[in-house]
Design a protein. Structure first.
Length: 197
């Protein structure tokens, strides 16, 4: 019979509890990993969408052109505005954004864009430098001073889109001719059904 001073758990009881905790942790790790990848990729798409809105607002507030400049090879992106006074040219604003580790700009083999957006799936048009030459491995969503998306010739367009993937799921950020920005998700290239987020 135990006395009050001997109350407690035996080493065997502690080992059983620790073993059960270890087993539950090991079973939950794969699900946690998948969930973290999903949240990272979703966060990247929402961040790109937010920076598109900033580019649109900057263009309208400064009465000039603005764009989201994306380096497709490095995963970096930032807002630029067109300087009209002095030496005309693109001027980068604020901090650079970066995709999370494991995320890249791409659409992982999908062949169709989200409904009622682009005619063909693809990243937005390549960025142009100050002289009007194409910058390789870039994509730009360009806005005029009224916040309307335009192409490099200044004509309104609804073909702007940026896609991010982690190799499994794909998120798309599309910009309609009205300037409306939408975020979409496709589970994979095998199940190419776009769902608005």
């Amino acid at each position: 019979m135990r006395t009050h001073s001997q109350a407690g758990y035996t080493a065997i009881e502690m080992m059983v509890v620790l073993s059960l905790m270890g087993l539950l942790t090991a079973m939950s790790l794969p699900a946690m990993s998948v969930m973290l990848h999903h949240y990272r990729l979703s966060g990247d798409a929402r961040s790109v969408s937010n920076v598109v809105a900033v580019a649109k607002t900057r263009a309208a507030s400064a009465f000039t052109k603005g764009r989201l400049y994306v380096d497709l090879s490095t995963g970096n992106y930032h807002v630029e505005t067109w300087r009209k006074t002095g030496t005309p040219g693109w001027v980068a604003e604020g901090n650079y954004g970066n995709l999370s580790t494991g995320s890249t700009f791409g659409f992982a083999g999908l062949s169709a864009p989200p409904p009622n957006t682009q005619s063909d799936i693809g990243q937005a048009s390549a960025c142009l430098d100050d002289a009007g030459d194409v910058i390789a491995d870039t994509a730009c969503i360009l806005f005029n001073s009224r916040g309307i998306p335009i192409d490099s010739a200044g004509a309104p367009t609804g073909a702007g889109g940026l896609y991010v993937t982690d190799g499994a799921a794909i998120y798309g950020v599309t910009v309609a001719a009205s300037g409306l920005t939408r975020v979409w998700r496709a589970q994979s290239a095998d199940t190419p059904v776009w769902v608005r987020q």
